[in-house]
Design a binder for this molecule. Structure first.
Ligand code: CIR
Length: 262
């Protein structure tokens, strides 16, 4: 069960952040509205929010997920947290303000250090195992540092190289874990051997953005506008909260990126 989430309101210079997609310039008032709806959804899932103030120095800082990895406790493994070293230069300064925010809950914070780089969006926890995406943001050095830290805590991990997979920035742009051995995957990752042994929920062509969804206690948050995916999850019995994410999608961000849940 998650009880808390750390979030940060997007700043008025949100549109100055990084993006690889060509979907137009985000509308700031609309982004604020979508963000407020997201916070409301997390509260509906029973979470208490730790809301960090706007930080105009870092236009991408609303995507707090990339700055830390928080361990979901399992029966065999300890909770814990590690600060990342984001792979984009413009984002590396975001980690400093996350340190006090997380330090109050996790007194012993790990840290990924250069030359290692790692973005939280590349890290997917599946029970006591972690998939670590090697991407244009997360390099092998960063991945090995995380793997060693996880191993000390009793978690296993494996690497998935997504550098040749088109259309995804991070590993979790293409997969999500729903719990109960069930993974959501885009078609270009569905036959990856790492996912043998999991029950796969396939994302239909044209709905790839929907692959970034989050299970939060008794609910699954999904992006609005992907009818096939929504119907598939409803058929599986999930209690869905469907959220408009249009302005965050324009900046390559998804549902998982907007919070750190623990
Ligand atoms: C970036 O390019 O870093 C941001 N515009 C989007 C980050 C999205 N984060 C995530 O998927 N975890």
């Amino acid at each position: 069960m998650f009880t808390r989430a750390i979030t940060r309101i997007p700043g008025s210079n949100f549109a100055d952040g990084l993006t690889t997609v060509d979907l137009g310039i985000p509308d700031y008032p609309k982004a604020l509205f979508e963000h407020a709806s997201y916070l409301q959804a997390l509260k509906q899932c029973g979470l208490t929010l730790v809301e960090l103030p706007v930080d105009h120095r870092f236009p991408d800082s609303t995507f707090v997920e990339d700055t830390a990895i928080l361990l979901e406790e399992t029966p065999q493994c300890q909770p814990g947290a590690i600060l990342t070293n984001p792979g984009a230069k413009s984002r590396s300064g975001e980690v400093a303000s996350m340190q006090p925010a997380l330090g109050q809950f996790f007194p012993e914070l790990g840290k990924i250090i250069a030359p290692g780089s790692l973005d939280g969006g590349d890290i997917c926890q599946v029970g006591s195992h972690f998939f670590i995406g090697i991407s244009l943001r997360t390099n092998e050095d960063g991945a090995w540092q995380l793997a060693a830290w996880l191993s000390d805590k009793g978690f296993t991990s494996s690497f998935i190289d997504i550098r040749a997979v088109t259309g995804i920035l991070h590993l979790k742009s293409g997969i999500s874990y729903l719990g109960d051995n069930r993974l959501v995957v885009i078609e270009s990752l569905a036959s990856h051997p790492a996912f043998f042994g999991y029950e796969l929920v396939h994302v239909a062509p044209g709905e790839d953005y929907a692959a970034n969804c989050i299970r939060v206690n008794q609910h699954v948050l999904i992006a609005a506008g992907f009818p096939k995916f929504e119907a598939d999850l409803r058929a599986l019995g999930y209690n869905l909260l469907v959220l408009d994410m249009s302005e965050f999608q324009k900046m390559d961000g998804g549902l998982s990126c907007l919070s750190l849940r623990f």
